[in-house]
Write a protein that binds this ligand. Sequence first.
Ligand code: BGC
Length: 769
Amino acid sequence: MANKILHISALTVLLSCCVLLSIAQPNSPSNDSKKPGRSGIQQMNAFIDVLLKKMTIDEKLGQLNLVTPTSRTGPFATKNILLKLKDGSAGNVYSIMGTPSFMHSRLTLADSTRLKIPLLCALDIIHGYKTVFPIPLGLSCSWDTTLIEKTARVAAVEASAVGYNWTYSPMVDLTRDPRWGRVMEGSGEDPYLGGLIARAMVKGYQGNDLTNETSLMACVKHFGIYGAAEAGRDYNTTDMSRLTMYQNYLVPYRAAVDAGAGGIMSSFNEIEGVPATANRWLLTDLLRKEWGFKGIVVTDFNAIQELINHGIAADYQQAAELALNAGVDMDMASESMVASLKQSLKEGKVTIAQIDAACRTVLEAKYKLGLFTNPYRNYDPDKAARVSLTEESKKIAKEAVLKSIVLLKNDNSILPLKKSSNIALIGPFADNKQEMFSMWAFAGDIHSVVSIYEGIKKQNSNVVYAQGTQMYDDTFYIRKNHLQFDSVKQRQLISEALELAKQSDVVVAVLGEGANMSGEARSRADISIPACQRELLKALKATGKPVVLLLTNGRPLTIQNDLPYADAVVETWRLGTEAGDGVADILFGNYNPSGKLTMTFPRSLGQIPIYYNHKNTGRPYTEGGKENFVSNYSDQYNTPLFPFGYGLSYTSFTYGDISLSDTLLHGSKEILKVKISITNSGKYAGGETVQLYLQDPVASVTRPVKELKHFQTVFLQSGETKEITFTVTPEDLKFYNSKLQWVWEPGAFFVYIGTSCQECKKAKFDWTK
Ligand code: BGC
């Protein structure tokens, strides 16, 4: 044993010497972190040990500091940013944007510092960089994790070529309240699907090797449970039981951590009375100790200073101490750590070991990205143009558009349209490229966007366009957002549109929310389509022409009262670069819609929060029942307008009955095979995402009425039947009990398979211990 210790320390000394020799050269210590196996980790540790010993306290605090030249995503920009990057008091930067050579001129500022430690350079790359994909909520409706991984890979290739090495994505906050503007950035309400998508995105950004020049380090956000902001109001308080957290909200963050995400962002909200950014239970006990997270914890924008407003810190010095003590490694924008931790150290409020630990985590991330050997990742000013918006990435974007679109209504099979139809294309989003993006697509190139009008025109020249309406007319909204509504112009726009509608065979109305109505700080207390647009829709319908409504929006909307004025409704979200070509393919039936909702559409605002995996309650209500004193509304259905998993096709799918390999199973080793046959009983070929849900009707804690456990997408020709098989194991029966243990309990279970969470076949089985 003694010999072994001697051997390891001799090795360490040797390594340290090599490292010391190379650190004398700017940015060039030996670094073989490609596969940080045991020896890779030892080398990394030895390298950082040496580096940390050389660093002054100011240099260490500089590494904890993350600055920004812009207030694009938060309340302010950092002052004197260039000086700070040059003198090392800021060791990381985000949201710088420009050409590769401009970016390079900023990144090389680190060369002016004594130790030339390279910068982490981050950006919110949320749904693509130059090639813009559908918003994440839309993409999640593809239920295609391979495709989603590809979109993240394209984004990483394009953004890394410009100089970024870190993205603030994936956003994996589970969401049950569409009033919250940020639902557009996530994957909806289901923990299982959310976890799969989180993992796919981390893999796409990071690739197999973080040192590869095309990899971006992922940053999972916003940890944690930010999506549960009360009343859907952004930055608001959250409060929930640990059971609900473990069972639902924490699942996607955990999946992203398990997939190896290099960073995680502490959120703005409080959890159990302590803001996430100061919450030691969250950031240390759960994240580091229970989940084994080894990457960087960065705060959200100015979240440390905001601890003062939350009411748990008297000043920024105390705020920085709380954050460090909780487990934060990097301070986004508030600069409280760099400004005050030295003083806190003197006063004995924090220790040098804590500062070293945080600094080490930041240096480790830089090491794992290979920045110490290749700080500018083979900088080539022409590469970005070569790798951006390639034919291949546009192809992926087009596939993403096709698969994100969800067909919500199609009376009398009005869709697909005949290619020869005379179309009146109406609406403020129909020929608007910018509106195909979201507030998070800052880098996207709008000239590359195919507008819906352009897309349709390529396939059918018999299309005429009119704007038809202004986007907004709500006086409160207009005043608050410094917009304008002109009622004279509105009448004129409507009458132009009606003229075109009357001369056409069919009206395609593209209506919904403006890009600025969803995203951060874009909560809405009324999630309907703005009244001026709804008025247009009614008028179009009154012409007697069939109306296809294409929704453009970032959240589920309350459209119950609009449905009578549309023969077909197509949910298109915000589709990005390839919007127009994809929409045209759907309208003309070149592609048969296959998207399925990942977030419930309420009938009315009062139903919110509304989600499919709710509990049964002690007084469950069966829709249509006449009983009194049961859990329902006296003025509204319990059921949503469109449930989770819902999405129509131009064809129809007929489900056979479920067949089980057994109805009585024993012990943890058995597996249950669940089979069902699906027939394409309509006239078009098409894809169907077949969903399997489980229900545990009697357990030691109450369980949801249904939980998604598996799904498979099948493609069937018209008339074709396929049998598909799912495998259920005791792992699928597990849940968190009241001691937060992940267990399964014996008993009876129901399995449901269907086309949505509501329309399912059902079977029962028993599983004993
Ligand atoms: C948002 C984050 C984002 C950060 C940096 C914040 O306001 O909440 O999602 O990553 O700004 O832009």
